[in-house]
Ligand binder design. Structure first.
Ligand SMILES: Cc1cc2nc3c(=O)[nH]c(=O)nc-3n(C[C@H](O)[C@H](O)[C@H](O)COP(=O)(O)OP(=O)(O)OC[C@H]3O[C@@H](n4cnc5c(N)ncnc54)[C@H](O)[C@@H]3O)c2cc1C
Length: 373
């Protein structure tokens, strides 16, 4: 049996950051079901992340990791080509991360600061006991009992710990993403990411470290149309659909993009956990609040809430009352601002009034703003 101050389920960005911020003063156990981080979509880190990395004492080491610089974003939305150049951003450039390396690096910092990391380990059950929790974990070989004073759910969209504690996920839409990796035959001159709206959703492409590239299409999982999610599950079909775009296809052509052999599908809807915190526990990152990839805010939110969850745990362990309530209230404020911005941006695309994908979003925009879109 292991005793610790804080047990964190999920060692992605949110969990690893919560761990590394607690580990120097508290006993922290960080567990993850994976044996090691894997390559997956979600690699654009906005310039503002620099502030968090600096505050946590990680910035100089982050710069040594060789992630690719991103100097801005381009979009084709409502027929208007726009550019957001980070030259005007006070925090400087953004980043296209090697995502698996970024997560391994955060985990290594957590361990160096004193956290214990258990991989290939999943949550089995959780029971409230006097002054804390009894948690049963399944390791690759064994069943392990942990007694923890506090818990953090950093298990991503599944939020398995929060759900076991009685919280529910509220879904705001049914967005899904189909994506594939590939490599660029030509060295990218333009490292900016590109977004383009189409009748049934929107496309995204960005160059990655090592002359790699990601291409992704976002639509609703339940739409029945020629571009529905099921039809596009082969690289040839996804590439063919991408070639019908204007800016995305031009970027793929210019880069000499060659796709890998597999299309992956992943949930990409906005969702929030209700509640995000309770007596002696809280959720951080996607487990607490999952962002639409259009916002490019998921990683920043995971980092920020990982840090904020660590502070709430530290205050609670120091005997303060109400730290988890403050944390929950702050996340509600973030959620309100995020949903307002999301509705606004989707409401700006007005070219396809008969498309179910855009109709749904326009209805939300009208409801949220009272304006006719
Ligand atoms: C299509 C798509 C594109 C995106 N693009 C971007 C982008 O460009 N920029 C950006 O900032 N964000 C992006 N995001 C969002 C970003 O990837 C997430 O917000 C971020 O990964 C959240 O980090 P997290 O640590 O909260 O969760 P995760 O990264 O999901 O980590 C959760 C961890 O918990 C582990 N786990 C889960 N369940 C259990 C369990 N029961 N027991 C033990 N371990 C468990 C998992 O193995 C995983 O390691 C994108 C998301 C999607 C869907």
């Amino acid at each position: 049996m292991i005793r610790c101050d804080v047990l964190i389920v999920g060692a992605g960005p949110a969990g690893a950051i919560a761990a590394l911020n607690l580990a120097s003063s508290r006993q922290v156990l960080l567990v993850d079901k994976r044996i090691a981080p894997v390559a997956r979509i979600g690699e654009s880190l906005p310039p503002a992340a620099r502030r968090l990395l600096t505050d946590m004492g990680l910035w100089d080491d982050f710069l040594r990791q060789g992630h690719a610089a991103c100097y801005g974003n381009r979009s084709l939305w409502n027929g208007v080509a726009a550019e957001h150049d980070f030259i005007r951003d006070p925090d400087g450039q953004g980043w296209h991360l090697d995502r698996a390396q970024f997560e391994s690096w955060l985990q290594a910092h957590a361990v160096n600061r004193g956290a214990s990391l258990l991989t290939s380990t999943t949550l089995d059950s959780v029971t409230a006991i006097k002054d804390g929790w009894q948690v049963m974990l399944d390791t690759s070989t064994d069943c392990l009992e942990v007694q923890a004073k506090l818990l953090i759910d950093a298990g991503g969209r599944a939020a398995s710990l929060g759900k076991q504690l009685g919280a529910g996920r509220q879904h705001h839409d049914s967005l899904v993403c189909l994506w594939l990796y590939g490599h660029d035959q030509h060295i990218a001159v333009d490292s900016r990411s590109q977004i383009e709206a189409v009748e049934q959703g929107w496309w995204y492409t960005a160059s990655l470290p090592g002359q790699r590239r990601v291409l992704a299409f976002h639509t609703d999982s339940d739409l029945q149309n020629p571009a529905n999610a099921r039809e596009l599950r082969s690289p040839a079909a996804l590439l063919q659909a991408a070639m019908a775009t204007t800016e995305i296809s031009a970027q793929l052509d210019a880069a000499g993009f060659v796709a890998d052999a597999e299309v992956a599908t992943t949930a990409a809807h906005s969702a929030t956990l209700q509640p995000v915190a309770g007596d002696r526990w809280c959720a951080a990152g996607d487990a607490a609040m999952s962002f639409d990839p259009l916002s490019s805010q998921g990683l920043f939110n995971a980092m920020y809430t990982g840090l904020a969850a660590a502070l709430a745990c530290d205050r609670t362990l120091s005997g303060e009352v109400g730290a988890f309530d403050d944390y929950g209230n702050e996340l509600r404020r973030i959620e309100t601002a995020y949903l307002r911005h999301l509705d606004f941006w989707y409401g700006q695309e007005k070219r396809w009034p008969d498309s179910a994908f855009w109709q749904r979003r326009h209805r939300r925009y009208v409801k949220a703003t009272g304006q006719i879109s």
